[in-house]
Design a protein around this ligand. Structure first.
Ligand code: NAD
Ligand code: UD1
Length: 337
C-alpha cells in the first residue's frame, strides 16, 4: 500500500517506517521536526536499504498538505504527529489542543478531499483514565484524563468515530498504545527525548550512561506487589509491527476498529530496574520519592482482540526491551546529535 506517515521521523514513527518498508509498503513521511531529527530517517534507510521520501510539512499547513496528497495517491494515513509531553501539556494546553486537534482536523479534511479515507491513529492507554477494570479490554469505558495531552487523544478518537459514522466510506483504526520502550535491535534508531526525560526507560538509560546520578522512583506505597507503579511495557518494534497488521483491518473495511497494543503483562518500576541491571550488567542507583501527580497504580491490558482480529501479538519480553534500549543509548549517548 502507499502510506502517508505523519510524524514519521519520531520515535514510534521511525520504527514503524522500518517495518512498513520491510513488509513491502511504500511510505512517505511528513514531519515538522518539532520533536525529532531528520537523521532518524537516514538511519531507517540504512536499516532497510531503501530511501524514505521525506517532506518537512506541518500537518496544520493545509496548502502544502493538499499539494502533497494530490501528487501522491495515498491508500492510508498512519497519523503519529502530535505533541506528547504530559507535563508540558498542563502548562501549555492551548498549544496542545491546537497542534493535536486542529492539526488532525486539517489532516482528515485534506485526506478526504484527496480520496484517502483510511486512517490509523496513535492513541494511548491514557484514554482509559484510572481504568475500571484490569486487565483493560477495549470494552473498558474511557475515563477522565488527568492532563490536556490525554484529552487530545480522547477527543481525537471521538472526532474520528463521528467522522466515520457520518461517512461510512472511512475506515478508522484507533491503536491504544500502552508503554512503548526499547529500540530497534540494530541500535541505529531509538527514543531521543529533549531535556530531562519524563518517562521511565529513557530516564533509566540516561542514568546508565552517566548523564543523571540516579533514578527517582515515584512512590512505593501503591497497591501493587512491591508498592511501585505497574505498567504494560511493550517493545517499540512489536508496536511498529502492530501498525503493519492494522493495515489488514483497513483493507477488510473495518469501519471503526479499536485495539490495545500491549503485551498483557504488568511490571513494576522496580521490576524494570532489576531486569535492566540483570540483562545489561549496569547498576541503576535509585531513591524513592513521593508519588507523581496524575499517576495511577496499575495499568495493563488484555491484548486478545488484536490477536484474534488482526493476528498481532507481542513477541519481545522485558529483557529484550531493556537490552535494546541500552544498546541504542550506549551507541548514541547524545541521540541523533
Ligand atoms: P515523537 O515526538 O517522537 O513523534 C511525534 C512526531 O510528530 C515528532 O517527530 C514531531 O516532530 C511530529 N509532530 C508534532 N507535531 C507536528 C505537526 N503539527 N506537524 C507535523 N509533525 C508534527 O513521539 P512518539 O513517541 O513517536 O509518539 C508518536 C505518537 O504516538 C504521538 O501521537 C504520541 O502522542 C502517541 N503515543 C506515544 C506514546 C509513547 O509513550 N511514546 C504512548 C501513547 C501514544
Ligand atoms: C506516561 C503518561 C501517559 C503517556 C505515557 C507514554 C503521565 C501521568 N502519563 O504514562 O499519558 O501516554 O507516559 O508516553 O505522565 N516513573 C518513575 N520515575 C521516573 C519516571 C517514571 O518512577 O523518572 C514511574 C511512574 O511513576 C510510573 C512508571 O514509572 O509508575 C511509568 O512511567 P512513564 O514511563 O512516565 O509512563 P506512564 O506514567 O505510564
Amino acid at each position: 500500500m502507499k502510506i502517508l506517515a505523519t510524524g514519521g521521523a519520531g520515535y514510534i514513527g521511525s520504527h514503524t517506517v522500518v517495518e512498513l518498508q520491510q513488509a513491502g509498503h511504500d511510505v512517505v513521511v511528513i514531519d515538522n521536526l518539532s520533536n525529532s531529527n531528520e537523521k532518524s530517517l537516514k538511519r531507517v534507510a540504512e536499516i532497510t536499504e531503501k530511501e524514505v521520501p521525506f517532506y518537512k510539512i506541518d500537518i496544520r499547513d493545509k496548502d502544502k498538505l493538499l499539494q502533497l496528497c494530490s501528487e501522491h495517491h495515498f491508500d492510508c494515513c498512519i497519523h503519529f504527529a502530535g505533541l506528547k509531553a504530559v507535563g508540558e501539556s498542563v502548562a501549555k494546553p492551548v498549544e496542545y489542543y491546537e497542534n493535536n486537534i486542529s492539526g488532525t482536523l486539517i489532516l482528515v479534511d485534506v485526506l478526504r478531499q484527496c480520496g484517502c479515507k483510511n486512517i490509523i491513529f496513535s492513541s494511548s492507554a491514557t484514554v482509559y483514565g484510572d481504568p475500571v477494570e484490569i486487565p483493560i479490554t477495549e470494552k473498558c469505558p474511557k475515563g477522565q484524563c488527568t492532563n490536556p495531552y490525554g484529552w487530545t487523544k480522547s477527543m481525537i478518537e471521538q472526532m474520528l468515530i463521528d467522522m466515520q459514522k457520518a461517512d461510512p466510506e472511512w475506515n478508522v483504526v484507533l491503536l491504544r498504545y500502552f508503554n512503548p520502550i526499547g529500540a530497534h535491535k540494530s541500535g541505529k534508531i531509538g527514543e531521543n527525548p529533549n531535556g530531562i526525560p519524563n518517562n521511565l526507560m529513557p530516564y533509566i538509560t540516561q542514568v546508565a550512561v552517566g548523564k543523571r546520578p540516579e533514578l527517582n522512583v515515584f512512590g512505593n506505597d501503591y497497591d501493587t506487589p512491591d508498592g511501585t507503579g505497574v505498567r504494560d511495557y511493550i517493545h517499540v518494534v512489536d508496536l511498529a509491527q502492530g501498525h503493519v497488521k492494522a493495515l489488514k483491518a483497513v483493507q477488510n473495511k473495518c469501519g471503526v476498529a479499536i485495539y490495545n497494543l500491549a503485551t498483557g503483562h504488568g511490571y513494576s518500576v522496580l521490576d524494570v530496574v532489576q531486569a535492566f541491571e540483570k540483562v545489561n550488567g549496569v547498576k541503576i542507583p535509585y531513591s524513592i520519592k513521593p508519588r507523581r501527580a496524575g499517576d495511577i497504580a496499575k495499568c495493563y491490558a488484555d491484548a486478545t482482540k488484536a490477536k484474534m482480529e488482526i493476528d498481532w501479538e507481542a513477541q519481545y519480553d522485558l529483557e529484550d526491551m531493556c537490552r535494546d534500549a541500552w544498546n541504542w543509548q550506549k551507541n548514541n549517548p547524545n541521540g541523533y546529535e
